[in-house]
Design a binder for this molecule. Structure first.
Ligand code: GDP
Ligand code: MG
Length: 436
């Protein structure tokens, strides 16, 4: 049936792939959505270029509409950009040593607690939390409060001002007391400074952790990228933790950071509570970014232009054998509302494949419309009354030839028969698809 359909619709000639114009417009919006989501300009631009290349190279699949294909391309590429697969945490070593790094307020202390809780409850580990933020007594206290909440021991030396020593002592303590994970919480500054960098680099060197995690507040957007870069240069960290992804944070920072430092995002924090931790899934994040931007609705917009109500009406008419030239004209106008023929042909399921090497003329409908306009209302609803003299009148009225009128009548007749035939099965689907 699909082959017949393709033939029946041979008025619509065109390319089977998403066209350049179509892609360019969609991608402009995608780029805007990415920038809105706090992705940096360079990354957004590279991203849209990649998607563009892929889209232009890809034929419209017969079962997919170009819009959906675009969404899929964008989503897949976003997922890829954020690392593709979920990156695991390295739990080797006896004990496993995990070092937290990041600016003050990024959520290190909170995340240390969350991670300890996660490893304890989900991975059956026995973690020890270590307080290496020696500058504020309140910081040590904060970690103890967290530890009490989740039932995890906290190692601290309130009098000791040497974080390297504290961390080393904590690891020795862990070994002696059967802890298999040591999570070292460190101090941060409000902005990057040399003293802080030297301190964390010294701790890093002394304890040689299996996992050095860089904790960053997702709400800081572009600043997060620069911070990540600086920390990575000094620590060559193993993974990123994106905190404060609750609420309506868009998460674009996830894309920028990953693309700038090329380290996997391993966890996200989604709230202040100890269970507000999730393993990072690139595909889910892509959904989130797309869902919050206007990308999906944008690429679906074209399809909405086909009025569903109209499609239902037409379906009824076909069933009752009442489909006439007015309806045909209406359909043409619906189609034209959406843009160029070349773009549209691919939206007709089954048409793209069969028509991909036929060239399309955007003026193809002009003659058709003129001919229909020159018909009387009776002729439009009952084409069978159109005899030789009527044909001549219509041809001269529309500035076409009798031959062209004949051709349209023949095409219309074939199409009506086809539509009637299709009513039972695939045709309805096709009309529904057109309605969408
Ligand atoms: P640190 O200075 O890096 O140790 O940051 P803290 O762990 O003290 O966190 C700073 C603030 O951010 C605290 O008020 C936390 O409750 C809050 N916070 C941390 N992680 C999250 C999160 O995932 N979501 C939300 N909403 N708040 C968070
Ligand atoms: Mg802290």
């Amino acid at each position: 049936l699909s082959d017949k359909l393709d033939k029946a619709l041979h008025v619509l000639k065109g390319h089977g792939s998403i066209t350049e114009v179509n892609v360019a417009e969609t991608l402009k919006e995608v780029r805007r959505a990415l920038l809105d989501a706090d992705v940096n300009f360079k990354t957004a631009k590279e991203f849209t270029n990649t998607v563009k290349e892929k889209a232009l190279g890809q034929n419209v699949l017969t079962t997919l509409q170009p819009g959906q294909l675009m969404v899929k391309l964008v989503k897949d590429e976003l997922t890829e950009l954020m690392g593709g697969e979920t990156a695991g945490i390295n739990l080797s070593g006896t004990p496993t040593v995990i070092l937290m790094s990041g600016l003050q307020g990024s959520g290190k202390t909170t995340f240390s607690g969350k991670l300890a809780n996660y490893l304890k409850t989900k991975k059956a580990k026995k973690p020890l939390l270590v307080a290496c933020d020696i500058y504020r007594p309140a910081a040590i206290n904060q970690l103890h409060v967290v530890g009490d909440q989740i039932g995890v021991e906290v190692y601290s030396e309130p009098e000791n001002k040497n974080p390297v020593q504290i961390a080393q002592n904590a690891i020795a303590h862990a070994k002696q007391n059967g802890f298999n994970v040591v999570i070292v919480d460190t101090a941060g500054r409000l902005a990057i400074d040399e003293a802080m960098m030297t301190e964390i680099a010294n701790v890093h060197k002394a304890i040689n952790p299996q996992e050095t995690l860089f904790v960053v507040d997702a709400m800081t957007g572009q600043d997060a990228v620069n911070t990540a870069k600086t920390f990575n240069e000094r620590l060559n960290f193993d993974g990123i933790v994106l905190t404060k992804l609750d609420g309506d944070t868009r998460g674009g920072a996830a894309i920028s950071i990953k693309s700038v430092v090329d380290k996997p995002i391993k966890f996200i924090g989604t709230g202040e509570k100890m269970d507000a931790i999730d393993v990072f899934h690139p595909a889910r994040m892509a959904d989130r970014i797309l869902g919050m931007g206007d990308v999906v609705s944008l690429v679906e917009r074209a399809q909405e232009q086909f009025d569903e109500e109209e499609a239902r009406k037409i379906q009824k008419k076909i069933a009752k054998n009442q489909f006439g030239f007015d309806d045909f004209l209406n359909q043409i106008q619906q189609v034209k509302k959406m843009g160029s023929m070349k773009d549209l042909v691919g939206m007709i399921p089954g048409a793209g494949k069969a028509l991909k090497d036929v060239d399309i003329d955007d003026d193809a409908f002009k003659g058709i419309e003129a001919i229909i306009h020159s018909m009387t209302p009776t002729e439009r609803t009952q084409p069978s009354v159109i005899n030789g003299s009527r044909k001549k009148r219509i041809a001269s009225g529309s500035g076409t030839s009798v031959q062209q009128v004949n051709q349209l009548l023949k095409q219309f007749d074939q199409m009506s028969k086809m539509m009637k035939m299709m009513q039972g099965g695939g045709g309805r689907k096709m009309m529904q698809a057109m309605g969408k």
